[in-house]
Design a protein around this ligand. Structure first.
Ligand code: FES
Length: 195
């Protein structure tokens, strides 16, 4: 492990935070009542500089752009971005797998258009995804219609309660992603089981 010295303890009083560079990495160091912590320098929403954010509730950094709040000690999202202003529900319509991953990390309601396969294998794949998502019935039905698997007769826009349920579902899925190990750790675990 490489060690970097960024400042003296007395140069960062309790309750303050400042940006530093350690090697090639830009980061923010925070001095909370229970010690020093560091996070990446940019917000995970659309990369506003967290150095311009403010510490709230003694342990959270609030982004200066759209007020997402993160627990400084764990990195956990406390409140996601309030953007666009006043718009509670955004529906992300995405196609293909890369876009799906980005939409999942956004933690907002999403509709996935899966690439169709000649043998219809995408039907099972879509259902497996909806199971993982723990999608409510209305979201499942919307996906099936959107992907041409269900009859489009009777198709309709989601109601506000349905959109709220889709929003809760997307946020919960994002939280589950935060709890999983990184890919390298998962691969090492997989290899370890095969030995
Ligand atoms: S860039 Fe941080 S909340 Fe939007």
């Amino acid at each position: 492990m490489t060690t970097h010295t960024v400042c003296r303890v007395e140069e960062l009083p309790v309750g303050q935070h400042r940006p530093f560079t350690a090697g090639d990495t830009k980061l923010i160091v925070y001095h909370l009542e229970d010690g020093f912590y560091a996070t990446q320098a940019s917000c995970t929403h659309i990369f506003a500089p967290l150095a311009k954010g403010k510490i709230v509730a003694n342990c959270q950094i609030q982004c200066p752009f759209h007020r997402a709040r993160f627990d400084i000690r764990t990195g956990k999202v406390i409140e996601w971005a309030n953007w666009p202003p006043g718009l509670v529900n955004v529906l992300n319509a995405v196609r293909g797998e890369d876009s799906l991953v980005r939409a999942l990390w956004a933690g907002r309601p999403l509709i996935w258009q899966i690439y169709p396969q000649d043998d219809g294998a995408h039907h099972a794949k879509l259902e497996a995804f909806l199971d993982w998502l723990d999608a409510p019935a209305s979201l499942r039905q919307f996906h099936r219609t959107w992907n041409g698997i269900a009859d489009t007769a009777g198709a309709r826009s989601p109601s506000t309660p349905e959109l709220n349920a889709w929003d809760a579902c997307a946020r919960a899925a994002r939280e589950r992603l935060f709890t999983q190990d990184d890919l390298a750790t998962q691969l090492l675990g997989f290899v370890g089981k095969k030995r």
